[in-house]
Write a protein that binds this ligand. Structure first.
Ligand code: B3K
Ligand code: ZN
Length: 844
């Protein structure tokens, strides 16, 4: 496969002045007629008239009304083109029904829908399918479906047809079309300048009672973007459509967002608190793209983080404002460490702005999204909130309607603050997670903090330069009071010291408050000091972090030395969990165990070979010891955290339920599942039903409930995904692979549906001790399924290959077993470009 390089960027030699598309819908033979106005660019370096096109049957092509015969390859066509403005017309035939890759125009449960980002539009018609080619689109859809949708504003409709016009120039990846017998949940929004906007969530009949929450989230997002960023919606209508078969979460097509149904449909009976929170965040994310992504887009796909990092940053600000900022920060860091650190410290490590790729779909990663958002957060921390607001305003003023680069983004910050950001830009060009070694010293009233940064090599980047790292630091006195408020230290050298004068005694430092940079802190300190911070730090992130570090160190000692759970930590933890002056959501986070994958990575970095089974056993022993130590208080805590009354997905209730769920799982270790069985029987919402079932399954007591759950919910696709996933997630290590295999033979398992495939295979890969269980049955099962799916859906297959990205952590036997599987995938005939690139990178 061909490698594409950032350094080879050249603009397209033609401007697109307008695009007219007519769709004659038919499941197996849709005709797409295009009429596109082109203007040759006189000073273009490359004057070749090349249009992308894949899997298209060309019926006819004309230039200025005259038939032409272009040279067609599997990638597209080339044709002689006039030197004056001209009109290109083409008719092609495509097969939506046969499109199992779910990219381009495809069918899902009888409805037509599209997914064009990144390079799917070329499967719809011949076109310069690149984000820097922007144009207005006029679309006519002819079909028997009741609802025919595209981007922009509706301009006419009648029996069997509808027309849409999008006045905002856009790249083809934002094109969308939907046709089906759908029902809408309507509402309206008046923008701050008084524009009345029609809002709709379109769903299949039967799902209309699951739209209200998504609609509320949309309206909150529209209002928030006006209030916080001053950004207003710019069309007469905003449509969201729920689709069952979708490769990712959702897509920000202009005026017509298309969502994986799991990321928009919600009801108390069928969705958990976590689902509600995620839906709110994703609706916001896609909506926010209207400005950060659509009005200002990317020049080329290497700039993907320009829209994704910024939009994730914006949606996390939104969630912080709607819910609890400190809980959101802690959850984001847990997620970052779980997904991005794993990526950044393994064979798939890449820059926030990559410089080469084979398949761009493989770069919709935690590094582009979540680390990309962290980079924005650091920038804001360095320049300050007001300067951030000014720079972003300048970005919209200067670049509205353009396709931009990271340089454009950094330039507005340089111009509006006068700051030199050349060193900061290394966050975009250097992969890998920086380590910061912290040492300190106190003498004569002066406290000195010395920070030393280094970044381990990553593929293709053996040496790294020091970066600018904002390290937020506060100092505490021996009595727990804060003696220095948070200050952001700017670490720019490889090694640098910072002094604090006028201190009467040696303070206790609280370093990297709010997780002010995506780095790994290395500091030799005592458990006593961690326990002190857990009890006293005024920064809630670092308070949680102190507990998390204690938990990790205790687990590591258990794994390496067979130690018992650390008694001081247990005491501190119990005290905190019982402290009802603290937010239940925070207590729940403190109680949540460090992830087994995170522990494996830490052990590996300290020179040990992690044993997934030993890590699992330590977690079990710890939880059992904790439950026994809390025997007297668990029933009361359970009762106190049980949420009474009608279900509401608000943050406070959700936090309480989350804590309640953790208490229940401890209680189940003592009562054999009695309370969980009662909770299951009484459940009137999915959060508590799901939690009870999980506790029972973990205790191997849930067979009966699993059956009743199935009987109750077999008609609901999204709840059935939970049923499939939960069983594998909760399975004991020795049973996980076998159970997952049985589930792939279940009548309702369908690998063509990405949600269902991920429910089973994703859960297996996440069940660390089960996936890595001795013998390698988990590896074999995952690989069999990946190979089978690759022929149907390369994108989802390639993404799931990341389950193997941590393979070099493990012992020789496991590495050998995994290598065999990776080589099996690599040796598969007609392997997709997507999967081939992933497997090659993982193997190297
Ligand atoms: N921009 C889309 C992701 C497209 C993924 C293409 N493989 C969703 C989002 O980030 O909002
Ligand atoms: Zn996005």
């Amino acid at each position: 496969p061909q490698t594409i390089y950032l350094k080879d960027y050249t603009p397209f030699g033609f401007q697109v002045d307008s695009v007219h598309l007519t769709f004659h819908l038919s499941p197996k033979a849709t005709r797409v007629v295009s009429r596109i106005e082109f203007t040759p660019q006189p000073d273009a370096k490359d004057k070749t008239f090349f249009l992308h096109g894949e899997q298209l049957k060309l019926i006819a092509a004309k230039i200025d009304g005259q038939p032409v015969s272009p040279a067609v390859t599997p990638q597209g066509l080339t044709c002689d083109a006039p030197t004056e403005p001209f009109v290109w017309e083409a008719e092609v035939e495509i097969n939506p029904q046969g499109n199992t890759a779910l990219e381009g125009l495809y069918m899902s449960n009888g409805m037509y829908c599209t997914q064009c980002e990144a390079e799917g539009f070329r499967k719809i018609t011949f076109y310069p399918d690149r984000p820097d080619v922007m144009s207005t689109f006029t679309v006519r859809i002819e079909g028997d479906e009741k609802v025919l949708l595209s981007n922009g504003n509706p301009t006419g409709s009648g029996e069997g047809w509808a027309e849409w016009h999008d006045p905002w120039p856009k790249p083809a990846y934002l094109f969308a079309l939907v046709a089906g017998d759908l029902i809408n949940h309507p509402d309206r929004f008046t923008t701050k300048s008084g524009k009345d906007v029609e809002l709709n969530i379109w769903v299949r009949p039967g799902d209309e009672d699951k739209c209200a929450f998504g609609m509320e989230a949309l309206i909150k997002s529209m209002k928030w973007d006006e209030d916080v960023y001053g950004l207003e919606y710019d069309l007469d209508i905003f449509n969201i459509v729920a689709v069952d078969d979708f490769n990712m979460g959702a897509m920000e097509n202009k005026g017509l967002n298309i969502f994986n149904s799991s990321c928009v449909l919600a009801s108390p009976e069928t969705s958990t608190d976590a689902n509600f929170e995620r839906i709110e965040a994703i609706i916001a994310h896609e909506y926010f793209h209207n400005w950060t992504g659509n009005r200002i887009t990317c020049r080329d796909w290497f700039q993907l983080c320009l829209k994704e990092g910024l939009t994730v940053y914006r949606d996390s600000q939104f969630t912080s404002d709607m819910r609890s900022a400190s809980v959101k920060r802690i959850s984001d860091v847990i997620d970052l460490r779980g997904r991005q650190f794993a990526e950044d410290n393994g064979p798939l490590a890449h820059q926030v702005r990559p410089e080469s790729f084979q398949e761009i779909n493989n770069f919709y990663t935690a590094t582009i999204y979540e680390k990309g958002a962290e980079v924005i957060g650091m920038l804001k921390r360095l320049v300050g909130d007001d300067a951030y607001a000014k720079a972003v305003a300048l970005y919209f003023e200067r670049h509205d309607g353009q396709a931009c680069t990271i340089e454009d983004w950094l330039q507005v910050f340089e111009d509006s603050t006068g700051r030199d950001l050349s060193q900061f830009s290394k966050w975009y060009s250097q992969a890998g997670t920086p380590r910061i070694k912290v040492t300190d010293d106190y003498a004569d009233g002066t406290y000195t903090l010395t920070l030393e940064q280094s970044t381990p090599p990553t593929p293709g980047q053996p040496d790294k330069d020091p970066r600018v790292i904002p390290v937020a630091v506060g100092l505490l006195g021996q009595n727990g009071d804060e003696v220095r408020e948070t200050e952001v230290l700017e670490l720019t050298e490889a090694k640098q010291s910072f002094t604090f004068e006028g201190l009467s005694a040696k303070p206790i430092p609280s370093v990297l408050r709010e997780f002010s940079a995506p780095v790994i802190l290395e500091r030799e300190t005592t458990n006593a000091e961690r326990a002190f911070l857990l009890a006293h730090d005024s920064d809630s992130f670092n308070r949680w972090e102190a507990g998390n570090t204690l938990a990790k160190e205790s687990r590591i000692a258990m794994v390496l030395d067979g130690a018992a759970p650390d008694a001081d930590y247990l005491d501190a933890l119990i005290k905190l969990v019982r402290d009802d002056s603290l937010d239940p959501a925070f207590r729940s986070l403190v109680l949540s165990p460090p992830s087994q994958s995170d522990l494996a990575q830490t052990l590996f970095e300290r020179g040990h070979t992690p044993d997934p089974q030993a890590i699992y056993d330590a977690a079990e022993t710890f939880a059992q010891t904790l439950a026994e130590a809390m025997t007297d208080s668990l029933p009361r805590l359970y009762a106190d955290t049980t949420v009474q009354g009608d279900y509401s997905p608000d943050a406070a209730s959700a936090g309480k339920r989350d804590l309640n769920t953790r208490i229940l799982s401890l209680l189940t270790r003592l009562d054999g599942g009695d309370q969980a069985a009662r909770q299951y029987a009484d459940a009137d919402n999915m959060t508590v039903q799901n939690a009870a079932l999980a506790s029972l399954l973990k205790a191997e007591k849930g067979a009966e409930q699993s059956q009743t759950f199935f009987d109750q919910w077999q008609g609901d696709r999204l709840v059935m995904d939970k049923w499939f996933g939960l069983q594998v997630a909760c399975a004991a290590p020795a049973k996980a692979a076998g159970l997952a295999e049985d589930l792939t033979k279940h009548a309702l398992f369908d690998m063509k549906n990405p949600n269902r495939f991920r429910a089973v295979m994703g859960a297996l890969a996440m069940n660390q001790a089960g996936f890595h269980y001795a013998g390698g049955a988990g590896y074999k099962l995952l690989t069999d399924n990946l190979i089978a799916l690759d022929a149907l859906n390369p994108q989802t297959t390639a993404r799931m290959c990341a389950a193997y990205q941590t393979w070099k952590r493990y012992d020789d036997t496991r590495q050998g077993l995994i290598r065999t599987q990776l080589e099996r995938i690599a040796g598969t005939e007609n392997l997709s470009r997507d999967t081939s690139e992933m497997v090659t990178r993982i193997l190297n």
